[in-house]
Design a protein around this ligand. Structure first.
Ligand code: GLA
Length: 327
């Protein structure tokens, strides 16, 4: 079989999110088919900076070593997020909540510590993840970062990252980025950041999609709209669940033929769209390598099997992958 990323070398990088288990279990697939790696969890705040004066990089370094040995790009993920952030960050010495200046200082020490550690290896960072509110009129998600620091926490995060590694491409990253209501707000934020001089270079569309709730027209329209902002665009967390968001059933041992056919068709269609926009899309990263290890086997229904990727449980390529490689 030909290599997936080689086949796409004139289009964009083909990436995968990996972790210390999958870099062993999926090693051959990773080496052959992907030319960009993202740490699924191991570059996040809670993993890299569990205590105020302690940085831990061993697990992330294993991922980086595999990438470096095999000439793969590395996307850094993620510096500031409302999830997977250790409790010490928000606590004052007195046990109260921290004040703005202290939290900014901690954010700065985190960002500079992590970005500096991976400098020269990580070529782009998802600096801030998921800052926009899904629904309603408010632009920002209510998080401790926003509550304590204020809206400028986003700009500050980008500034700290840029000061530490001026060569890294800096991204804002979010989900539901192709749903019109949230898309409008994300665009508002991106425009605002560009206008106020934030050193932002790109936007990452997470792309946790499924075959029922995401329309190709909206995907295409969204890419057009984001592209018009003159930002580098990446698909950062692609997977295509065979279940719609409201489908919570747990009884399937295998996907139905209909599910497989719709998922495969959806993959063909989105790759046709991505290819059309190869001048703006620089990386298409899957959130995993093969179906035996995907977060969707535990989300949104714990313990429910899903089949969202392009390699199956036995690490074999699906028909959808062959189709995508032969568009
Ligand atoms: C979000 C985050 C990722 C990951 C996924 C679920 O999309 O950006 O880091 O946690 O959720 O696995």
């Amino acid at each position: 079989m030909k290599s997936f990323c080689e086949t796409y070398k004139n289009y964009f990088l083909i990436g995968a999110a990996v972790n210390p288990i999958t870099i062993e279990a999926h090693k051959d697939l990773i080496i052959k088919h992907f030319n960009s790696l993202t740490a699924e969890n191991h570059m996040k705040f809670i993993k890299t900076h569990p205590e105020e004066n302690k940085f831990t990089f061993e697990e992330a370094d294993k991922i980086v070593a595999l990438a470096v040995e095999n000439n793969k790009k590395i996307r850094g993920h993620t510096l500031v997020w409302h999830n997977q952030t250790p409790e010490w960050v928000l606590q004052a010495k007195s046990g109260d909540t921290v004040k703005r200046e202290v939290l900014l200082e901690r954010m700065k020490s985190h960002i500079s510590g992590v970005v500096n550690h991976f400098k020269g290896k990580v070529y782009c960072w998802a600096v801030v993840n998921e800052a926009v509110k899904d629904e309603g009129n408010e632009l920002f998600r209510e998080t401790k970062w926003k509550e304590i620091i204020g809206e400028d926490y986003i700009k500050k995060a980008f500034q700290y990252a840029h000061e530490t590694d001026p060569d890294a491409l800096l991204f804002y990253n979010d989900y539901y980025a192709v749903k019109p209501e949230k898309r409008d707000k994300i665009i508002k934020l991106l425009k605002r950041l560009k206008a106020n001089g934030t050193p932002i270079h790109g936007f990452g569309i997470q792309a946790h999609w499924n075959i029922h709730d995401f329309s190709l027209d909206e995907i295409k329209k969204s890419i057009e709209l984001y592209a018009s902002l003159d930002l580098n665009l990446q698909i950062t967390e692609l997977d295509v669940s065979v279940f719609g968001s409201d489908d919570k059933r747990k009884d399937l041992k295998q996907p139905t033929e209909e599910m497989v056919a719709s998922r495969d068709k959806f993959y063909r269609n989105i790759f046709s769209i991505f290819r059309e926009y190869k001048d703006v899309i620089t990386n298409v990263t899957f959130w995993g390598v093969a179906d035996d290890f995907t977060w969707l086997n535990n989300f949104p229904v714990k313990g429910r099997k899903d089949w969202p990727l392009l390699f199956n449980d036995n690490h074999e390529p699906k028909k959808a992958l062959m189709d995508v490689m032969n568009i």
